[in-house]
Design a protein around this ligand. Structure first.
Ligand code: NOJ
Length: 544
């Protein structure tokens, strides 16, 4: 059963289910709702508090379901609306809350609205839900401005119809951007919120929460056009504009009108923790993914800086921080940590290509990072398979790549499929109990990584996550609250959570002693002669 704590989200550990790759119940090689339902005991046994399920709505899948053609239905490949409501009910019975994924910045080009827009002339109310503009140049055959798509190429596509207008898509051309100055757009999305809240969904993750509002007149990016600086530029014409906050104030009113109140988490890629904190002011969204932590290298000063800035800026607005190591958009952290670490953040598979890595080292660091993350104040996210120690699949054959990045980058960027490979559950060979087949090929080495192989095995990744999550749930010091740094040698992090808890993380290249008087609760690697090895972390009982 669900806890009745209305502040559950301030300390929650939320497990991200990338539905297509989680578990296949129907036998078509694609994960689905039946698969999730069959694995609820596993998720409850892991000790997480909630699930966030990536988009499960009808979609042509031009971008893994982030191109939604109907927000108030379920994609038949994943199941039916009845399956969805059964899943929500059963998850609740297992004590797990359910967050869905809302995609408000853009629809699919197959959405009825976009089809209606294409069928009507310039100036129609149907077109006014999107950002259609005339092109530049005497023949109107140049894009209306210089904005770039996140997936590569121009952010504008000329419509095939007689008007010759262009439409904006910050992502793929199959994902036209909505015009958030249009009250009809605002009202419709609120109706979607209510539709799912009425079906007992506990909240939403907000896709591209920093992108909804565009600067009036859609001015050129100019200097900010360089893709490496565009997210950082001040007063950027389409990222993190102040007016976006009004939208979230309005959604908060909707969420608060439910009993129990529903919650939001923002996907907002912004310049710094201070800008992020603005999204989680008391009358806006509840939490936001902390991508600075995800992007921080495995170096003590960088991690400490990120932790301090995050906690400081969240405290100002009274919101809990969240901590994330991986998700479906970035290379799995085992593989990032397997590489030499420097202040240049490693992010996507593209950053790893050609850089030799040591996966054993990456796994040791990932295990230590899990203990660090789960000891920090606030909530945390676990991306499916992270609890198994899965690595990025770096050698998927070209012909199976499905991420639009691959095509849009003219085959120079392999995109995000490597972190979306179907989960291995059991057995010695692919598809490892995922179903009867798997939509992306799984590596030969994953037999050792299945829950079946790891369950009950001391020292396994899975057992480390289970022990940490159980301890975290029972320990009064963990979850929401404060942190106090204690003196430590260079490249070692040591902090206290009261009452009576300490976390020691050794990022140096020599073993370190536990603080005096400490008693070991859990460690990511066995102590040797009472010392904590390099790239290991320990949870401690530590007097206040
Ligand atoms: C962020 C999502 O996480 C990503 O997978 C998607 O491609 C973009 N938003 C566009 O919706």
């Amino acid at each position: 059963m669900l806890s009745d704590d209305p502040s559950w989200w301030r300390s929650a550990v939320i497990y991200q289910v990338y539905i297509r790759s989680f578990a296949d119940g129907s036998g078509d090689g694609i994960g689905d709702i039946a698969g999730i339902r069959s694995r609820l005991p596993y998720l409850a046994g892991l000790g997480v508090d909630a699930l966030w399920i990536n988009p499960w709505y009808p979609s042509p899948m031009a971008d893994g379901g982030y191109d939604v053609s109907d927000y108030r239905a379920v994609e038949p490949v994943f199941g039916s609306l009845d399956d969805a409501t059964a899943l929500i009910r059963e998850a609740h019975e297992h004590g797990l809350r359910v967050l869905l994924d809302l995609v408000p910045n853009h629809t699919s080009d197959q959405h009825a609205w976009f089809q209606a827009a294409l069928a009507t002339p310039p100036g129609s109310p149907e077109r006014a839900r999107y950002l259609f503009r005339d092109g530049r140049g005497p023949a109107g055959d140049e894009p209306p401005n210089d904005w770039r798509s996140v997936f590569g190429g121009a952010a504008w596509t000329r419509e095939p119809g007689p008007s010759g207008q262009w439409f904006l898509h910050l992502f793929a051309p199959e994902q036209p951007d909505l015009d958030w100055t249009n009250p009809e757009v605002r009202a419709d999305v609120e109706q979607t919120l209510r539709f799912w809240f009425d079906r007992d969904v506990d909240g939403f993750r907000i896709d591209v929460a920093h992108g909804l509002i565009k600067a009036e007149g859609l001015p050129d990016l100019g200097d900010a056009a360089d893709p490496t600086t565009s997210r950082r530029a001040k007063d950027h014409p389409h990222w993190d504009r102040d007016a976006v906050h009004e939208v979230y104030q309005s959604w908060r009113t909707v969420a608060d009108s439910y009993d129990p109140p529903r919650v939001f988490v923002a996907e907002a890629w912004v310049t710094n923790p201070e800008r992020l904190a603005a999204y989680v002011r008391p009358d806006e969204l509840h939490t936001a993914f902390n991508f600075d932590f995800l992007r921080a290298p495995w170096l003590a000063p960088a991690l400490r800086r990120t932790i301090d800035a995050t906690l400081r800026d969240h405290a100002v607005v009274g919101a809990p921080a969240t901590w994330v190591l991986s998700n479906h958009d970035v290379a799995r952290h085992v593989s990032r940590y397997a590489r030499p670490q420097s202040d240049r953040p490693l992010h996507s598979l593209q950053d790893l290509v050609g850089v030799p890595g040591d996966l054993d080292l990456g796994r040791r660091r990932a295990a230590a990072a899990a203990l660090l993350m789960l000891a920090l104040p606030g909530g945390a996210y676990v991306y499916q398979g992270e609890e198994l120690g899965l690595e990025e699949v770096e050698d998927l054959p070209d012909e199976v790549l499905a991420d639009p990045t691959w095509e849009r980058s003219e085959h120079t960027d392999r995109g995000r499929d490597g972190c979306r490979v179907p989960l291995p559950w059991a057995g010695d060979a692919p598809p490892y109990g995922f179903g009867t087949s798997a939509w992306l090929p799984q590596p030969a080495g994953w037999a050792a990584r299945t829950p079946q192989a790891q369950a009950g095995v001391e020292g396994s990744f899975l057992e480390l996550y289970r022990s940490a999550l159980t301890l975290r749930r029972d320990h009064p010091a963990l979850g929401d609250g404060a942190l106090q740094w204690l003196p430590s040698v260079e490249q070692v992090l040591l902090f206290r959570r009261s009452p009576g808890f300490g976390c020691l993380v050794n990022l140096s290249d020599v073993p370190v002693a536990l603080p005096s008087g400490a008693r070991l609760l859990l460690s990511s690697a066995p102590l040797v002669d009472g010392l904590l090895l390099s790239d290991a972390a320990a949870w401690l009982e530590l007097a206040d």
